[in-house]
Design a protein around this ligand. Structure first.
Ligand code: F0G
Length: 427
């Protein structure tokens, strides 16, 4: 007897599965959605409740995920592991807006989550459902942020964590977190797509709980980015939300959350999603451009290692969200990402490279006339600037191969002599 109010449903064939089944795919191979009883919630003053919880000191109310628990996962709170997540800043920098060609361009900085990326929003739900299911061992493949987040939350929940990462392709700020939080870290001879393939097989053979965003509960937590963004905006719906795309879990999540708000009549329309990929890792861009199924990139490549993914697991869910929201996919070069990052960083906000695909992509879409100058546009910054300090330093010090750093701010080597120091103050 299932004692929960939600169930699972296949995205491809619609087959229904139990809310406490340990499965990540349907028998047909399709990925799964968590289905909530939205009818039972209709008529409740949810937005008022969510707003009231912002002033509460309750452990769950203080989380920018569990504050929205009716729409995320109505789980018995005894199982919830929370830091708390969310409550991230929304920054509207005139410098960033003007770079993108917009009058205003508020950026929600998900790098302000407990482990420095948006992944914590999905992970609090993933680890909490793992506890509900009685799991003691969890695993993920990762380009770095998921592993950092899972390692931390698993440690807090007293679970054993196994991290599968591509050897040599994870930024030091993320690898060091996985190690420091105590995860058993397997550096695999292969890229993220190989690690993703292998972790699914090992989890199946070993009965370890898989916490990649193929796990539908991770998606439920990540929906809260959209909920909190709208709450920040006084529940006014922007015309666009722009965000980077890698494995495409986050864009799927945000689209699902917004779709549910729309379905319940809590918002009058969905914002359009603009998903931005790095050129060397842009299989979704090509699928949409060519109007066909996704063809994986066998050798994904970009300096934004977080989104160096050639075979995104959640592409069908993401595509569904793009269609529902009238969204678009764009792609940007590494040089465009790094120049946008230089602007985001110099505005005092700062974010890791993949995050700044958001700003580079918005600029490109505004230039192309897809996004209008006068439209309301919000962006998501997904990770903290210190996640990938090497790329930031390399950009400014001119040591990144193949990158002509247009906005470099190189350090000045100078003797400790006062006159020399004074002379060095002017650029
Ligand atoms: N931005 C950052 C900083 C990320 O770490 C990721 C994904 C994305 C964007 C893309 O999100 O995969 O949901 O489309 N990082 C994963 C990881 C793959 O392992 O940390 P997505």
């Amino acid at each position: 007897m299932v004692d929960v109010s939600w169930s699972l449903r296949c995205v491809d064939c619609g087959a229904a599965w139990g809310g406490l089944d340990v499965r990540y795919r349907c028998d047909c191979g399709g990925t799964l959605d968590v289905i909530h009883d939205l009818e039972a919630l209709k008529g409740l003053p949810l937005m008022q409740t969510f707003d009231e919880r912002r002033a509460s000191r309750d452990r769950l109310d203080r989380s920018g995920v569990w504050r929205f628990r009716e729409l995320v996962l109505p789980l018995d709170q005894a199982f919830v592991t929370t830091r708390p997540e969310g409550n991230t800043g929304l920054y509207d920098s005139p410098r960033v807006a003007s770079f993108a060609g917009l009058a205003s361009f508020p950026l929600k900085h998900e790098g302000e989550n407990p482990t420095g990326s948006f992944k914590d929003r999905g992970m609090t739900v993933g680890i909490s459902i793992a506890r509900r299911l009685g799991m003691t061992r969890v695993a993920c493949a990762s380009t770095g942020n998921t592993s950092a987040s899972m390692a931390a939350y698993a440690a807090m929940a007293g679970m054993e964590a196994f991290v599968f990462i591509p050897d040599g392709a994870v930024a030091a700020g993320k690898l060091s977190q996985a190690l420091a939080y105590g995860a058993r870290t397997l550096m695999i001879a292969g890229d993220f797509d190989v690690a993703m393939d292998r972790v699914q097989e090992v989890c199946r053979l070993e009965g370890i709980y898989l916490l990649n965003s193929i796990n539908p509960y991770r998606i439920e937590g990540q929906k809260a980015i959209a909920f909190e963004l709208l709450q920040d905006l006084g529940w006014q719906v922007p015309d666009w939300i722009v965000l980077p795309g890698g494995n495409l879990g986050n864009s799927s999540a945000i689209a699902k959350g917004l779709g549910e708000l729309r379905q319940m009549g809590l918002i009058p329309r969905m914002p359009r999603l603009a998903v931005i990929q790095a050129e060397g890792a842009s299989p979704l861009y090509e699928a949409v451009r060519d109007g066909c199924d996704l063809v994986p990139f066998p050798k994904a490549s970009t300096i934004a290692t977080a989104i160096r993914i050639g075979n995104p697991v959640s592409w069908r869910k993401c595509l569904r969200g793009l269609v529902a929201s009238g969204g678009v996919v764009e792609r940007v070069t590494d040089a465009e990402i790094l120049d946008a990052k230089a602007v985001v960083d110099a505005s005092g906000i700062g974010a890791e490279p993949a995050s700044c695909a958001t700003v580079a992509g918005a600029r490109k879409l505004v230039k192309a006339g897809v996004i209008g100058h006068d439209e309301t546009v919000c962006g998501i910054l997904t990770g903290h600037v210190l996640k990938d300090a090497d790329t930031a330093a390399g950009y400014h010090m001119g040591t990144l191969s193949g990158i002509d750093a247009q906005r470099a701010n190189p350090p000045v080597r100078v003797s400790a002599d006062i006159d020399a120091l004074r002379a060095a103050l002017s650029r």
